[in-house]
Design a protein around this ligand. Structure first.
Ligand code: DGJ
Length: 731
């Protein structure tokens, strides 16, 4: 519910799990009073008057002791007596950076609103508070949007600025959200990493230095997830308050937390000002990407549950949202660029025989692409590899009972391509400057609508002709020396953001033209595993690291924010191609069954015994698929802190439970091990599928399941538990 008390001028946004409270001061400044567990009334008008901080700074509006720097300002401006980090900076025609927005009015809309041209949660049952503020001196209108999703207790924030004056301005910085939080012993949480090492969960102490989590790569990046959180320093899986923000965006971002001299914390997230500014002409409006704010009262599990549910239920859209995802085989780690129709058909036939449902033709099928050095942009099938064309190949695949999937990397262009000869001006960059190659490729200028139209037309044709059921949309380099030959010089610093707007336009048009096609997002693995692209493509290739053991922490981090039905996880060869590690097929299978399951190895080269293991894995995954993809996740052991990882999924109807355990290194003289469960019903009985064993839920939680083997590195075990009907108990 959203309420406004006319007398105290207090806004109260509440769900059964959370309250967010703001107050408009007599001066028109909007202050932040509270964000935490639900308050029934939130009559917090005493709060501001009780602030007793000494302050060294100046008075505001000529009122003695009215000091902005003492106050929890909701969305602080640059250019007044609050000298802490501002949430936005505008540059006016007279060269000044001073802004002063005061409250004008508000409205409440009976649905969750989103920015017009950017992704965000969609919820017809939500509510949105829109607060309007005006800078009278410069005739600028700011609107703060607070969307409330009652079902998950998540809050969606974004900001618009409208130029209602006659002079243009330059937006130098405009956060999507900012909150002030008292420093009651908080820790910073975030996810960092690199290529093939994405989403490593991090926690660190706060200091008065301030901390920044950001991407300047033109993509949300492998390096940092657009996410930041403050947690009670005692937090764990089920304890401690956490306040988190993520940005529903796929480009450069900056999240920061600053601690001011009186210890209060300001946490913000938004576009990265280091690679952004925007000319706003008279009459124009600018909207920021949306930020998702999550408050969890009881630790990491609750936080993860709110993010996963918000993403799966309110961000993912389309026909595939709740559809079970097919088990796939991908040609990449099996053959790389060395594609040949006859061999691929044998490979597909063997796959179909083992129970695989989708065949994915990865990189190497087009142009003269025998390695990464050419042909991006020349999206014609290579007739040497596929003599009868892609349509004919796809039909043969489908005749085997498989679906057909295709890899593409539309945003890229190779210097060695016909497209580059025709359109050198379509390359992103600045004339006269170096255009750095990465993986021998450049990026197309998606700020240019002609390029976007060309991509939509080209890929419409390819998808139609090839009869695709699935598309893997890849993106294999960061943006460097960012500039556009299409944009005028005063808009060059808009390039990175306009690029993402162009990308969203292209993928919106293509995904809505092919509603039955399953799109998988990829950027050299998880380089753009973000909420922005999750709005368009319901699943993402989690990482190029397919090693089962390294995948433990990558999948663990990813699954803290994203639903399992969004994570691509494949069984690949051993020794692993990325790190040479040897693991059993069983362990690789159990780890890959944490998400959308698939294979990425040459099954033609496997032994009969190995193929039989694969056949059984596929049979088992089909039984547990609904529970894994759409059930609730509980983490039992975390790879980062323990020498093992274990997790559990409970089906939406609570009838089925899948438990998985992976030991990392074995140790000599290890005692017997057990694994205690959580998230199940303590009063119910569960049968371990494939056995006669029936155990009561309380025993499974307190005493646990026995681990079969303590003596082998990378040993893995999985259990499938079926809840027994009320009267069926233990023999
Ligand atoms: C990077 C992807 O993450 C891989 O899975 C594969 O598709 C290659 N690109 C192909 O170039």
């Amino acid at each position: 519910m959203i309420t406004f008390n006319q007398k105290t001028r207090i806004f109260h946004l509440s769900t059964s799990q959370m309250s967010y409270v703001m107050q408009v001061l007599p001066s028109g400044h909007l202050t932040h009073l509270y964000w935490g567990d639900e308050l029934k009334d939130a009559a917090l008008d005493y709060l501001i008057t009780e602030i007793k901080r000494a302050s060294y700074v100046a008075d505001t509006d000529g009122i003695k002791e009215f000091k902005l720097e003492r106050l929890p300002i909701e969305y602080p401006a640059y250019g007044n007596s609050d000298l802490r980090k501002p949430a936005f900076v505008l540059e006016h025609a007279d060269g000044s950076n001073i802004s002063d927005f005061r409250y004008v009015d508000f409205e409440i809309q009976p649905k969750l609103l989103k920015p017009n041209n950017l992704p965000s949660l969609v919820d017809e049952k939500g509510e949105t508070l829109i607060i309007t503020l005006i800078d009278n001196v410069k005739q600028l209108k700011m609107q703060q949007y607070y969307g409330l999703n009652h079902q998950t207790a998540a809050l969606v924030r974004f900001v618009t600025i409208e130029n209602i004056g006659i002079e243009s301005i330059q937006i130098s910085e405009l956060s999507s959200a900012c909150v002030q939080i008292d420093n009651t012993n908080q820790q910073l949480l975030h996810f960092s990493g690199g290529w093939a090492r994405e989403m490593q969960f991090q926690q660190s102490e706060l200091t008065q230095n301030g901390q920044i989590i950001e991407s300047l790569r033109g993509q949300s990046s492998h390096e940092h997830q657009p996410f930041i959180a403050l947690a009670d320093s005692q937090f764990n899986e089920n304890y401690g308050e956490i306040r988190a923000m993520s940005l529903i965006y796929s480009g450069d971002f900056r999240a920061s937390v600053t601690m001011e001299m009186h210890d209060a914390l300001r946490m913000q997230i938004g576009l990265n000002p280091a690679q952004f500014s925007w000319r706003l002409e008279a009459g124009e409006k600018f909207e920021t990407p949306a930020a998702l704010l999550v408050y969890a009262k009881n630790g990491l599990h609750e936080m993860g549950q709110i993010f996963r549910t918000s993403h799966q239920r309110f961000l993912v859209r389309g026909n595939h949202q709740w559809q079970e995802r097919p088990i796939l085989i991908n040609s990449w780690e099996a053959f790389y660029f060395d594609l040949e129709e006859a061999r691929l058909l044998d490979f597909a036939k063997e796959s179909a025989d083992l129970g695989i449902e989708l065949f994915v033709l990865d990189d190497g099928w087009f142009g003269r692409r025998d390695n990464a050095s050419s042909s991006l942009g020349d999206w014609q099938v290579n007739l040497r590899k596929f003599p009868n064309g892609l349509g004919s190949f796809s039909q043969k695949i489908k005749a085997m009972g498989l679906k057909f999937g295709l890899w593409v990397e539309p945003e890229m262009i190779s210097p060695d391509s016909l497209l580059y000869q025709q359109h050198p001006e379509w390359v992103l960059g600045t004339p006269g400057r170096q255009h750095s190659l990465s993986r021998d490729q450049w990026v197309l200028d998606l700020t240019n609508p002609d390029v976007c139209d060309y991509l939509v037309e080209t890929f419409m044709t390819i998808f139609k002709e090839a009869g695709v059921d699935y598309v893997k949309w890849d993106f294999n380099r960061s943006l460097t020396e960012i500039g556009s030959q299409f944009l005028p010089k005063f808009r060059q610093r808009e390039t990175a953001h306009r690029y993402i707007l162009g990308l969203y336009d292209v993928v919106e048009r293509l995904t809505s033209a092919f509603p039955d096609v399953l799109f998988e997002n990829c950027a050299g693995g998880g380089g753009r595993f973000d909420a922005g692209l999750t709005y368009y493509m319901p699943q993402t290739w989690t990482s190029d690291d397919t090693d089962a053991i390294e995948r433990l922490s990558i999948q663990e981090g990813t699954s803290m924010l994203y639903p399992s039905a969004s994570m691509g996880c494949h069984v690949s060869a051993s020794p692993n191609h990325q790190n040479g590690r040897l693991t059993s097929l069983k362990t690789r299978g159990i780890v890959a069954m944490q998400g959308n399951f698939g294979y990425e190895l040459d099954i033609l080269a496997l032994t009969i015994e190995e193929k039989e293991i694969i056949r059984q894995q596929i049979k088992f995954y089909k039984q547990i698929r609904q529970t894994i993809q759409f059930g609730e996740l509980y983490r039992l052991k975390t790879a980062q802190r323990e020498n093992a990882k274990a997790w559990l999924y409970v089906s939406a109807d609570f009838q089925e439970v899948v438990v998985s355990y992976v030991q990392i290194l074995s140790r000599a003289n290890t005692p017997s091990k057990r694994l205690c469960l959580t998230g199940i019903d303590s009063d119910c009985y569960y049968q371990i599928a494939g056995t006669d064993v029936i155990r009561r839920g309380d025993e499974l939680m307190q005493i646990g399941l026995a681990i079969n083997d303590v003596k082998h590195d990378f040993f893995a075990q999985t259990w499938y538990l079926i809840r027994q009907s009320e009267n069926k108990k233990r023999n």
